[in-house]
Design a protein around this ligand. Sequence first.
Ligand code: ADP
Ligand code: MG
Length: 631
Amino acid sequence: MHTLSARQRRTLARIAAAAVLLTLLHWVPVPESFPLWTLYLMPYLIIGGDVVRRAVGNIARGQVFDENFLMTLATAGAFFTAEYAEAVFVMLFYQVGELFQNIAVGRSRASIAALMDIRPDIARVERNGTVTEVDPEDVTVGEILVIRPGERVPLDGEVLEGESSLDTAALTGESVPRDVGPGDAVISGCVNQTGLLRVKTTRPCEESTVSRILELVENAGEKKASSEQFITRFARYYTPCVVVAAAALFLLPTLILAMVPQAPGFLAGTSWRDWLHRALVFLVVSCPCALVISVPLSFFGGIGGAGRRGILIKGGTYLEALSHADTVVFDKTGTLTQGTFAVTEICPAPGFDRETLSDLAAQAEQHSSHPIAQSLRAASPAPLDPTRITAVEETAGSGVCVRMDGRQVCVGSRRLMEREGVTVPPVEGTAVHVAVDGVYAGYLMLSDLPRPDAAESIQALKAQGVRRVVMLTGDAPEAAARMARQVGVDEVRAQLLPQDKVAELETLLSSRPAGGRTVYVGDGINDAPVLSRADVGIAMGAMGSDAAIEAADIVLMDDRLSKLPEAMAIARRTMSVVRQNIWFALGVKLGVLVLGALGMASMWAAVFADVGVAFLAILNAMRCLGPVKHL
Ligand code: ADP
Ligand code: MG
């Protein structure tokens, strides 16, 4: 539970004291001759002393139109017209509003920090034969960590010894246990659940997943959405305008009244005091607090709520763009599909046998991190021998060529084979071809299954207003078209190299309707250029992948496609809360301005409306933190 800070408690005490004094002064009879203002000055200074001090200090520094100044001017004016109680009340309520905003902002910061409570406090390292507890920042790469069940993994590393299952909930929002054993990578921020692990660190603390994520979330405030910038700009003009209007509202009628004492119409029966009072109402209303606080708070809530669900958003601007998504472009392999292939068939060409073919593919792919390479390695029983291969050359979106045992071995797509001058027989489906010294050695068939939630996620996106769903892939056209039908993608562009994907995206970007945004969803493996070119680049399965975290605007920690409609729903809700808050606050302020000019709203009403609006807007903004319905 969040408790008030010392400063907030002091403010609360001052509010209580001033309220008690104000009530006493209202009920206790004071002799006529007594200078009443001296009595009211007491609660006024208790509650508003700091505001007055700040106002004077700011003027000395050349900053005039801030809320301290406005409140001081308005209440001083009230004192001047002998509305002592009103002056104190306005200050009192202003402070109530400030306190409330302060708590709201503090609480949302705290809750985001709590959501992102992934930073481990200690690391247990083996040093000189004993295990010592140290600050994770003091651990260097290559040291051995001991992680007990129930503890959080402090740094990224690789398991040396032990079997366990890791809970990734803090990173992904979903508690799916990940089983790890010797040789597997472990990611900082996960919680070790069952077994004792000995882990060799592979990254220093500041480069580990936890630090990257926290940095990303902490910097999210800098990439402001245009509605956020609008409000800041708006406030810059709004406040001086209303202050000028207030001056005019007082000065013009007063001048006319001075020249024409029996003025007719709306001036009839009024005095300069009335107009001064109406002008003071303007001053109170000119405070832009409710707007200025509630809009960033809504974005903050949206970003925080998404973060808790394993959706990291790098700034309000991407949340805003995502809410206007018109076209969603998917990468195929590893994004729409699971990216873990099973080798279903091994088809050697004449002169090669199945074992040789499978071994050639696995050995050649030793250094590739492409999902295809991983499945080829997994499918070959023979151990990998790094001394056999040299001169590794990987072409993104095509495959790899290496020198192995003095021969040139190429493993990859039909396109790669054509480049090497190798003729390939027609094959249906996702196949990887192998050639040795320019001679075709056969192919391995891979099953590339769609993710289980792909179809329903794409349907949910369409239901949320996405008009076009496109798939870009380096795979062969038939395999691509079949996959597209299975998951409900309307348009396919196949056989693309990474640079072709950028060109395709450019075309899509130029044909989007005005106001519509183009979103690209990839897995961060060889599609970083496309990720950064799209209006919104979304990388999924980012746990442990630096490239994806770096290049994308929105990062899905795990690789569930259903996070996509969820992110979209969060974006849309956040934007609707932002719009509601802007219109609500502006509407109420405008109403009070009109009533104030007509002499129908007192300063009490004005400050009450202002604090009330801020209060409701903040409550509304808090809705952004909660879960959304998205499928
Ligand atoms: P996608 O666009 O579907 O994500 P990629 O651009 O990663 O696919 O790869 C496109 C094609 O290039 C793959 O279908 C495969 O045929 C080939 N390819 C890419 N990298 C490799 C590799 N390391 N080994 C074998 N084939 C590869
Ligand atoms: Mg890919």
